[in-house]
Design a protein around this ligand. Structure first.
Ligand SMILES: [Zn+2]
Length: 400
């Protein structure tokens, strides 16, 4: 349904959806983005305010471009009574948990190291404890939670939330991750590939803002890509789009954990970078140490990172030829190396992509750092505005 003659229920859901996706937004923007008449938007906001779901947060800065004249618009945002969203992110050796209100304010977060080969059940139990901790710190309860999103490093099959064989988490293969985490928390959990979540968060809040067509690259133990196409997340037919780490770079190279030979990941993933510096830095270093020594001017470390950047750029050049994005955001552990990684990557794209595709694309470092994926898990929840309305109604009815 479109145009100003939407039913009140539909109008409420649309306003709620835009608020959940945007954080704080002016009434004029709400009218434009919901395609509702200004008077309808005002009436809906009054209704939502009366229900305790929406508030005017007051002086939160001017959202308009610099140089705008006149009084800044009054912004509208979700009230804390509308509930909270939880984001979870599992990596090869970590778990992160964030609780956020629906106005996009992070209320509490935790980050713990995990053993790399921990079975899924143990990792899930650990995460469930962290969820209890962040909720307590945020002064919220389980029943305030309107949604939970979770990121995993590997191809996630949409319908089951099951991880594919090429995940870097051996303890999770064949586990129906969405079901297992849902059982642990006693509520539905939506699971998504971590690079797809990085794309979502950098697009909503970070270096991808305003892009219609972008790719996010997560460069860590694994290398994955997440896409925004035509202003919407794109995950493919069953959710496994973007496995760029398994692009064959060297057909006679090392055997990859996916079973192929010479995948990008075997040349440019964290393990490859660590292997490259073993002779100079020793066997006991972590990726952070390599980056620190490279930034410190150690030529061998800088070279290992530059080589990874160039190899990634070769695969990204093909990505640019096929998909012609306007922006590529580079994140993941290795992105902390900044221009040491990104400049050789750009150079390889300039060399390897057709000229028009190379000229169209801007390649930038992510701005959300190691929190990109867990914030994307929160964003996954916030994108279900209309569903949230029903759940927020329940939360608010109790809290008001
Ligand atoms: Zn592979």
């Amino acid at each position: 349904m479109s145009g100003p003659v939407a039913s009140r229920v539909d109008a409420r859901a649309r306003v709620f959806g835009v608020l959940a996706e945007s954080g704080a937004v002016s009434r004029a923007d709400l009218a434009r983005r919901t395609r509702l008449a200004a008077s309808t938007v005002s009436a809906v906001i009054t209704e939502l305010q009366a229900a305790g779901l929406v508030t005017e947060p007051g002086a939160g800065g001017d959202p308009r471009p610099p140089g705008a004249v006149g009084r800044p618009p009054v912004l509208v945002a979700m009230h804390r009574n509308a509930g909270v969203a939880i984001g979870l992110d599992f990596g090869k050796r970590h778990v992160r948990v964030v609780v956020s209100d629906l106005a996009h304010q992070v209320l509490a977060e935790r980050h713990d190291e995990l053993d790399a080969d921990l079975p899924a059940t143990a990792a899930i139990a650990h995460a469930a404890r962290l969820v209890d901790e962040v909720l307590a710190e945020a002064n919220a309860e389980q029943r305030d939670v309107v949604g939970v999103g979770m990121g995993l490093p590997g191809p996630v099959h949409g319908p089951t939330g099951e991880l594919g064989d090429s995940t870097i988490l051996p303890g999770w293969v064949g586990v129906r991750a969405a079901d297992a985490m849902s059982d642990a928390l006693g509520r539905t959990v939506e699971v998504e590939n971590d690079a797809n979540l990085g794309a979502l968060s950098e697009w909503m809040w970070g270096a991808g803002r305003g892009a219609e067509n972008m790719a996010y690259l997560k460069v860590a133990t694994g290398i994955g890509a997440g896409f925004i196409i035509g202003g919407r997340p794109y995950t493919g037919t069953s959710g496994t789009a973007g496995e760029i780490g398994h692009t064959v770079i060297d057909p006679s190279g090392q055997v990859c954990r996916c079973g192929n030979r010479g995948c990008l990941e075997t040349v440019a993933g964290s393990a490859a970078v660590l292997a490259a510096v073993r002779g100079t830095l020793g066997a006991d270093v972590a990726v952070g140490d390599v980056i620190a020594s490279a930034l410190d001017g150690h030529p061998g470390s800088a070279r290992a990172i530059a080589d990874a950047g160039a190899a990634i750029g070769t695969a990204v050049a093909t990505l640019c030829n096929l998909f012609n994005p306007e922006r590529i955001v580079v994140g993941g552990d290795l992105a902390a190396a900044g221009s040491l990684l990104v400049e050789p990557l750009r150079e390889a794209v300039r060399r390897g992509a057709v000229r028009s595709a190379a000229e169209d694309v801007t390649i930038v470092e992510g701005t959300l750092g190691e929190r990109a994926e867990v914030l994307g898990a929160v964003a996954l929840v916030l994108r279900h505005g209309a569903d949230l309305l029903r759940r927020s109604d329940t939360v608010a009815a109790r809290r008001v």
